[in-house]
Design a binder for this molecule. Structure first.
Ligand SMILES: [Zn+2]
Length: 196
C-alpha cells in the first residue's frame, strides 16, 4: 500500500492503542467524513505545539504562560499541591475542593528507568515556597512505591524551610492513578491528609 491513505494510516498507527487495522479503518473513515471536520482536525493537530505552553511557574500545560491558576491572585499564598502530571491536576480541579496552586512534577521517581530527582520538575519548588509565602505543601502523588519515594524526596527538598508538608490519605486504591479516582474519593484523600 502506498499513497495518501497509506501514509495517514502509518501515522495513525503510531498512536497508543491504535493497531494497524484500526489505523486503516480510521483513515478511510476520515476520507468519508465531513471535509470541514477533517480540515479542522488537521489544523488542530498541526497547531498543537505552537498553541500549547508550559507554565514557567508550576509546569502546568495550557494555552497561557503563566497558566490561569498561577495568574489567579485569589489562589496565591497558602498551599501548593504537588502532582505527578497534568491529568492529576485536572482531576483535583474537577473535585473542586482545593483552591491553592499546583506544582507539576511531570513524572515520579523511578531509578530503575533512569528517572532520578533531576528528571522531575522539582528544582524550583523550594524557591516558590519561599517566594510565594506558602504555608503548606500537599504531596498528591499516587499511593505506589514510586509515589511514596517521590513524596519523601519532596519532603527532603523542602527540609529546613519551615513549611508544613502533608501527604494525601491513601483513600485512592493502591498503585492506581489519581486521575481515575472519582471526585468523592479525591476530596476524602485531601481532607484526610497527614503530616509527612
Ligand atoms: Zn502555573
Amino acid at each position: 500500500m502506498s499513497g495518501a491513505i497509506a501514509e495517514l494510516a502509518d501515522l495513525l498507527a503510531r498512536l497508543p492503542g491504535i493497531g494497524r487495522r484500526s489505523a486503516t479503518r480510521l483513515a478511510f473513515h476520515l476520507l468519508k467524513a465531513n471535509p470541514e471536520y477533517v480540515r479542522r482536525l488537521g489544523e488542530s493537530v498541526g497547531a498543537l505545539h505552537d498553541r500549547v505552553k508550559r507554565c514557567a511557574i508550576c509546569a502546568n500545560i495550557g494555552d497561557d504562560d503563566p497558566c490561569a491558576i498561577c495568574a489567579d491572585g485569589a489562589r496565591a499564598g497558602r498551599a501548593i499541591c504537588v502532582v505527578e502530571g497534568v491529568p492529576d491536576l485536572w482531576a483535583i480541579e474537577e473535585a473542586g475542593t482545593f483552591h491553592g496552586r499546583y506544582h507539576v512534577l511531570h513524572g515520579l521517581l523511578k531509578p530503575i528507568d533512569g528517572i532520578g530527582p533531576a528528571e522531575l520538575n522539582l528544582a524550583t519548588l523550594a524557591d516558590r515556597v519561599a517566594r510565594e509565602g506558602v504555608e503548606e505543601v500537599i504531596v498528591a502523588t499516587r499511593p505506589s512505591v514510586e509515589g511514596e519515594a517521590t513524596a519523601l524526596l519532596v519532603k527532603q527538598t523542602l527540609a529546613g524551610l519551615g513549611v508544613r508538608v502533608t501527604r494525601i490519605a491513601s483513600g485512592v486504591p493502591h498503585g492506581s492513578e489519581l486521575e481515575y479516582a472519582d471526585g468523592r474519593t479525591l476530596i476524602r484523600a485531601l481532607d484526610d491528609r497527614r503530616e509527612l
